[in-house]
Write a protein that binds this ligand. Structure first.
Ligand code: PLP
Length: 397
């Protein structure tokens, strides 16, 4: 059993704890400084200033201009807006969308909806490590293509996609390029200019900010329809009273993440590699999913043959270790991950996968405890598995 009583949280891709500085920065705007930024009295003007200053901070972090940043309710809304907004605004030009097979459901379900509205979709395959081939993007373009959407980094296997190459291809062909950077922003460098990005989705709760708060970057001049209709907030593009405290929380968290990214990412990357090496060497019949190096600093995704990922999770929960089998939105479903299947993993191996995602607050001791616990749990499950071929004295092949 784990010796300490504090749960070891290794599910940072699902959500992250808020930093104290973020909670402190948000507090006044939940309390005394509550005025609606759209009102005209003095305290409302203060709220407006706060929103615009946060917009500057977000723009600075992405290499964008402030008037290209729109606050939303999170990654899901940003993805929906980008996909539906671009598809409908460009309907007269064409009806073809290119995306990848391993996108988050916020993208995949949006394009499925668009398919029902008469759009056609090309789903790009990925290789065994989860990489999209930029050449495949080029090959998929037709004269009807009006949008390319490929994620910056995958939420399940952590693979970082070659988005700057894809962005260039899109730019050369005059097609808007959207990237779901929800797992990337605050963790790896992302620049809308360098990467030729026209639209970018981000979400505050993935970088130690508040839940229910996100942003969409829309490059100036991009034709896009509104998703939400109502008041004239966000320059008449996204209706709804601004989430003042959430906006402050997002900007504060992003600013801290960007300023400490270099040192923190290096530290987390070391922990990640210690966890990967430890698990692969301690547990026989295990394999790393995703790319070995083009990988998010905190992501570990490993398949253990002859066991079910869900069973590992339940036993780890008993050991006070919080982990996941795939994305939080699909956990609870018995379908194997669409991401792992797209990398060519067999169903039964995909079923035995565990995602441990590290972040702010994790220590070397956490990693060592997790290695020991996962090794023990997998061994226990294999001992009662009729599928496990080695009835051991511990002498695995
Ligand atoms: N896109 C990716 C890659 C994600 O990982 C997530 C959340 O898990 C989302 C979109 C949705 O973001 P949100 O939870 O802010 O709606």
């Amino acid at each position: 059993m784990t010796s300490n009583t504090r749960p070891i949280y290794m599910d940072h891709a699902a959500t992250t704890p808020m930093r104290d500085e973020v909670v402190e920065a948000m507090h006044p705007y939940l309390h005394d400084q509550f005025a609606n930024p759209s009102s005209i009295y003095r305290i409302a003007c203060e709220s407006r200033k706060v929103v615009e200053s946060a917009r500057e901070t977000v723009a600075h972090a992405l290499g964008a201009q402030a008037d290209e940043i729109y606050f939303t309710s999170g990654g899901t809304e940003s993805d929906n807006w980008a996909l539906k907004g671009i598809a409908f605004a460009n309907q007269k030009k064409g009806n073809h969308i290119i995306t990848s097979a391993i996108e988050h459901h916020a993208v995949l379900h949006s394009v499925e909806y668009l398919k029902k509205q008469g759009f056609s979709v090309t789903y790009l395959p990925v290789d065994a490590t989860g990489l999209v081939d930029p050449q495949a993007v080029l090959n998929a373009i037709t004269d009807k293509t009006t949008l390319i959407s490929v994620m910056t980094a995958n939420n399940e296997i952590g693979t970082i996609e070659p988005i700057s190459k894809i962005g260039l291809i899109a730019r050369d062909n005059g097609i808007p390029f959207h990237t779901d950077a929800v797992q990337a922003v605050g963790h790896i460098p992302v620049s809308v200019k360098k990467d030729s990005i026209d639209l970018l989705s981000l979400s505050a709760h993935k970088f130690n900010g508040p839940k229910g708060m996100g942003a969409l970057y829309i490059r100036k001049g991009t034709a896009i329809d509104n998703l939400l209709h109502g008041g004239s907030q966000e320059k008449k593009h996204r209706a709804g009273t601004e989430n003042l405290a959430g906006i402050v929380g997002l900007a504060t968290a992003l600013d801290i993440a960007v300023r400490s990214k270099e040192s923190e990412s290096q530290q987390i990357l070391k922990l990640r590699d210690r966890l990967i090496t430890g698990l692969l060497s301690e547990v026989p019949y295990s394999r790393l999913n995703g790319h070995p190096t083009m990988r998010l600093p905190g992501n570990v995704n490993i398949s253990f043959e002859f066991v079910e990922g869900e069973s590992i999770l339940l036993l780890l929960d008993g050991e006070k270790i919080c982990a996941s089998t795939g994305s939080a939105c699909t956990s609870g479903s018995l379908e194997p991950s669409h991401v792992l299947l797209a990398t060519g993993l067999a169903h039964e191996i995909a079923h035995g996968s565990l995602r441990l995602t590290l972040g702010y607050g994790n220590t070397e001791e956490d990693v060592d405890t997790a290695i020991e616990a996962v090794t023990r749990v997998v061994k226990k499950l294999r001992a009662i598995s009729p599928l496990y071929p080695v009835k051991e004295n511990n002498n695995h092949v």
